[in-house]
Design a protein. Structure first.
Length: 252
C-alpha cells in the first residue's frame, strides 16, 4: 500500500513538476505540451512494469520481496489509472488550473478510490454469501467457477456504469473473494478456478504486449523529440529512486 499508493503519487508529482519545468520554463523540447497533457503523461508513465521486475525474483527463494513487488505493482497500476481518469475528466470539463486544483484532484482521487474500494468489497461479500447459501445445492465445479468469474465481471462493469474506477473495484473484490469466497468452493473448484484465472491472465498479458508492439509501428509518422525522451528517461528513474528510497527510509 505504501509503495503502490504513496510511492506512485510521489513519482507522479516529481515527473509532472520536472516535465512542466523543462517544457514551459526552459522550452527545450521540440514538441509543445499543455499542462493537461503533461499531467496525463505523468500519470501514465508513473505506472511500472511489475512483470519485468518479478522475472528476476523467484517466489520460492524470496517470498517477502516477491509479495512486496507484486502488491506494489498491482496498486501502482490501479492508482495510475485512477489518476489518469481524474485528470482526463478535469480536462474534458475545460476548467482552468489554479492553486486549488491539486487539492481538488487529490480530493477526487481519495473519493473515487474509497468508493471503488467499498463497491468492490460489497460485490465480494455478496459473492461469498451467495456461494455459502448455495452450498446446500450440489453445484458442479464448472458452475462454481462461472459464478466467481461472473461476480468479478460484475464488479468491473458495475463500477464502470456508476462512474467509479473498475480496476480498483475488481482488485478489492478479487482480494475479498480470494480470502473468503474461495473457501466456500468445492476442492475441485478451488483448483480449477485458480487455473482458469492464470490462463485468462496469461492471455490478457500476451494481448497487451502484442498490441503495444503492433501499435508502435503506427506511430512512425508522428514527430519525435529526442530531448524529451532523454529528459523524461532521467526523470522517471530519478522519481522512482526518490520514492522507493525515501519511503523505505521512513518505514525503517
Amino acid at each position: 500500500m505504501i509503495y503502490g499508493v504513496i510511492g506512485t503519487l510521489i513519482s507522479f508529482t516529481i515527473i509532472a513538476s520536472i516535465s512542466y519545468f523543462f517544457n514551459n520554463v526552459l522550452n527545450i523540447f521540440s514538441i509543445t505540451l499543455n499542462i493537461q497533457e503533461i499531467l496525463l503523461f505523468a500519470s501514465v508513465i508513473s505506472a511500472t512494469d511489475t512483470l519485468a521486475a518479478l522475472a528476476f525474483i523467484k517466489e520460492e527463494s524470496e517470498p517477502k520481496l516477491f509479495s512486496i513487488l507484486f502488491g506494489e505493482g498491482i496498486f501502482n497500476d490501479a492508482v495510475s489509472i485512477v489518476l489518469y481518469k481524474i485528470i482526463l475528466d478535469f480536462a474534458i470539463s475545460k476548467e482552468e488550473f489554479s492553486a486549488s486544483t491539486p487539492l481538488f484532484m487529490l480530493g477526487s482521487f481519495a473519493k473515487m478510490f474509497i468508493l471503488s474500494l467499498l463497491f468492490g468489497l460489497l460485490i465480494g461479500l455478496i459473492c461469498t454469501l451467495f456461494l455459502k447459501k448455495m452450498s446446500y445445492f450440489k453445484l458442479h465445479r464448472v458452475q462454481e467457477c462461472s459464478i466467481i468469474i461472473f461476480f468479478a465481471y460484475f464488479a468491473y462493469s458495475g463500477s464502470e456504469l456508476i462512474g467509479l474506477s473498475p480496476i480498483i473495484s475488481l482488485l478489492f473484490s478479487a482480494m475479498f473473494m480470494s480470502h473468503y469466497a474461495f473457501y466456500n468452493l468445492s476442492f475441485q473448484a478451488r483448483e480449477e478456478s485458480s487455473i482458469v484465472s492464470k490462463i485468462i491472465a496469461n492471455i490478457a498479458e500476451a494481448f497487451v504486449f502484442t498490441y503495444l508492439g503492433l501499435s508502435f509501428l503506427s506511430m512512425s509518422h508522428t514527430s519525435f523529440s529526442f530531448s524529451f525522451i532523454i529528459v523524461e528517461f532521467i526523470t522517471v528513474v530519478s522519481a522512482r529512486y526518490i520514492s522507493v528510497y525515501s519511503l523505505t527510509f521512513l518505514i525503517k
